[in-house]
Write a protein that binds this ligand. Structure first.
Ligand code: ADP
Ligand code: MG
Length: 632
């Protein structure tokens, strides 16, 4: 029997077109691209069936080589072969100098913001090197999928600052990719395991790659991952394992003399091959060519490997312990431990991690590919291939965003840990009669006083129509996009005049600084509240003083006797003094109240006077009949 094609009335029967999107893990050592096909996320292979692309770019006179062939050429052509560009991206020359990388590239001296390396193909930056890698992966995705990519999600370490994120986006743009968004690597790994679909809880992501170690503690809260703490070692990874094994090989071979660079490189390569083989077998044969035509052959066992690597692996465990402490989380609160990075294939790593966390880590998804797979899942959602209710909102803003209000106080508009993207608006008003401009200071932080927060930007709104204080309505809107870029707009509601500014909220703030600012807000919380109350009371006093001053100048002569005028003046003077001198919010508040009571008769008289003036020239019954509201 033929199947009927069923469609909802009014809806097309044509299946909606699948938009091509990819997730890219742009790694320090290796990079990968993945995509969702027929509901499954998978990494894509090159024409030789290789999924992993070494993050190495070689510049030659004939063009650019990327990947395995470049990696192999590194020994013979070190100055033109750039590896680990990720360590340099978004960094200034001075910072790179302190990275301690043994790679001696030929850096161009000068004070350009972006450091450049001299190669035979000209001067290039880390952004361009990364772009070459992204180009290859983007092309691979288009070739495999047979169409143009609509967009991509690119992963970055959780600790990447704004400059590093911006530089990564620039690299993608150079590669001709449309970036939906950047995604934190640990978040991507958690998404790959579907942890965002599970119950709320805390997860540890342990990522040991080629040259770096990262551990992140994520908390899933209503479908949103919050990074509680991150830590790691930017100079510890599989490469260091290789060095240990190479030393062991040289020891075993009884080699004591100097070895030249190419011999060492070859031994390091053999060490890596042996290490990787031990993920799948109990022992492996090692054979190396030593200087002077000597050959050495031996056997490396898993136990031997474990003994060699233990000190290094234990260093990562120490870091885990510290990060857990930073996050304020105990081991038994961790729901899952996710293994990421090629080096977690070494069984000894898994053993020590399992021992520390007291549970078996998740290893079902290939640790080399898990980040790319999570990125692909996210890209698929962002491309619109999933129903809206599956939309993932994965990032939160780390610190509150707000503006400065009278008295140097912060008014939070977007509180910390709000999911991104987000837009929030709040109305403000003028403080003075006839005020036609307003300065808007955008701040980030948890403290009550602007001076304790970080100022992000300042701009002015002009052209506010002159009105009495408090009458103008100025709507200030904060919008933060998925990458954490903030746009602030101020708009006067009656005329529509507006001004706006774009800021980068996390610019230059390291995770440590963010943690420090949070800590300070907790420590100062009660003191801050006192200061806030006093400041608010003073602002209110100031408002009353201004309003009364304006009123007196306007109509005191008509409405007050000489004696009454003196009485009001004296009350006003008292408030001015208390407000200036008292450090106690209660006193200032009481003084404001006192003034209001003392001047009540005057306020009443002004109101009556105002009404009489408004009605002048009209008959009283006119108001009761047509124009005014009916009395019945
Ligand atoms: P990165 O994130 O730094 O780009 P990867 O996650 O791709 O790096 O990890 C690369 C490291 O993983 C290399 O040091 C490599 O030797 C190591 N590695 C790959 N496969 C294995 C394996 N089977 N056993 C042990 N280590 C492995
Ligand atoms: Mg990685």
């Amino acid at each position: 029997m033929a199947l009927l094609q069923i469609a909802e009335p009014g809806k097309s029967t044509v299946p909606h077109q699948h938009r091509l999107a990819a997730g890219i893990d742009l790694g320090t050592t290796n990079s990968l691209v993945a995509t969702v096909r027929s509901g499954r996320a998978e990494t894509l292979a090159d024409e030789n069936g290789e999924h992993i692309l070494p993050s190495v770019v070689r510049y030659t006179l004939d063009g650019v080589e990327v990947g395995e062939s470049a990696r192999q050429a590194a020994g013979e052509d070190p100055l033109n072969t750039i590896s680990s560009a990720k360590r340099m991206i978004g960094r200034a020359a001075a910072e790179i100098g302190s990275l301690g990388s043994e790679q001696a590239y030929d850096f161009v001296s000068g004070d350009s913001a972006v450091p450049r390396i001299r190669t035979c193909a000209g001067e290039i930056s880390a952004i361009e090197v990364s772009a070459e890698i992204l180009k290859v992966l983007g092309r691979r995705a288009q070739d495999t999928l047979g169409g143009e990519l609509v967009g991509a999600v690119i992963t970055v370490p959780a600790y990447f600052d704004d400059a590093q994120r911006q530089a990564t986006k620039d690299a993608a743009r150079l590669a001709g990719l449309h970036v939906y968004r950047l995604l934190n690597e640990p978040t991507a790994a958690a998404v790959a395991y579907g942890l965002d679909r599970g119950a709320d809880g805390v997860h540890a992501i342990y990522d040991l790659g080629g040259g770096t170690f990262d551990v992140s503690i994520l908390r899933l809260n209503k479908g949103v991952f919050e990074v509680l703490a991150t830590g790691g070692d930017t100079a510890l990874g599989g490469d260091d394992f290789d060095v240990r094994i190479a030393h062991w090989i040289l020891d075993q071979a009884g080699w004591v003399g100097e070895s030249d660079r190419s011999v060492l490189r070859q031994i390091l390569d053999q060490a890596r091959v042996a290490k990787e083989a031990l993920a799948g077998s109990e022992s492996t044969r090692v054979s190396v060519a030593l200087p002077g035509g000597r050959q050495w052959q031996g056997e490396l066992s898993r136990d031997q490997l474990a003994a060699l690597l233990d000190p290094l692996i234990r260093k990562t465990i120490t870091t885990c312990r510290r990060v857990m402490r930073d996050a304020g989380i105990s081991v038994d609160q961790i729901e899952d431990v996710v293994m990421v990075g090629g080096s977690t294939r070494t069984l000894r790593v898994r053993e020590l991690v399992a021992e520390f966390f007291g549970r078996e880590p998740l290893v079902d998804i290939d640790p080399d590919r898990v980040v790319a797979i999570g990125a692909a899942i996210q890209a698929d959602v962002l491309a619109g291939n999933k129903p809206d209710d599956e939309m993932l909102l994965l990032d939160v803003n780390p610190l509150s965003l707000g503006i400065e209000t009278m008295g140097g106080l912060t008014e939070k508009i977007i509180p910390r840990n709000t999911t991104l993207p987000v837009a929030r608006a709040q109305e403000f008003t003028t403080f003075k009669d006839g005020q036609t401009a307003m300065a808007i200071q955008v701040v980030q932080g948890e403290r009550e006083l602007v001076s304790d927060c970080r100022s992000l930007a300042r701009f002015e709104l002009h052209g506010i129509p002159a009105m009495v204080a408090g009458a103008a309505r100025i709507r200030v809107t904060f919008a933060v996009d998925a990458d954490g870029l903030l746009q602030v707009e101020a708009r006067e509601q009656t005329t529509g005049v507006s001004a706006q500014i774009e800021v980068k909220p996390s610019y230059g703030l390291s995770d440590d600084e963010i943690a420090g600012m949070l800590q300070a807000s907790i420590e100062h919380a009660s003191g801050d509240v006192q200061v806030r109350r006093l400041t608010e009371a003073r602002v209110e006093a100031q408002r009353v003083i201004e309003a009364l001053g304006t009123a007196l100048a306007h109509d005191a002569e008509d409405l007050l006797s000489g004696e009454e005028h003196d009485q009001v003046q004296a009350a006003l003077q008292r408030l001015i003094e208390v407000s200036a001198q008292s450090q106690d919010a209660n006193q200032v508040e009481a003084a404001v109240k006192q003034l209001e009571e003392d001047c009540e008769f005057y306020v009443e008289r002004r109101m009556n006077h105002g009404i009489r003036r408004a009605m002048a020239g009209h008959r009283v019954d006119e108001f009761n009949q047509e124009g005014g509201p009916k009395a019945d």
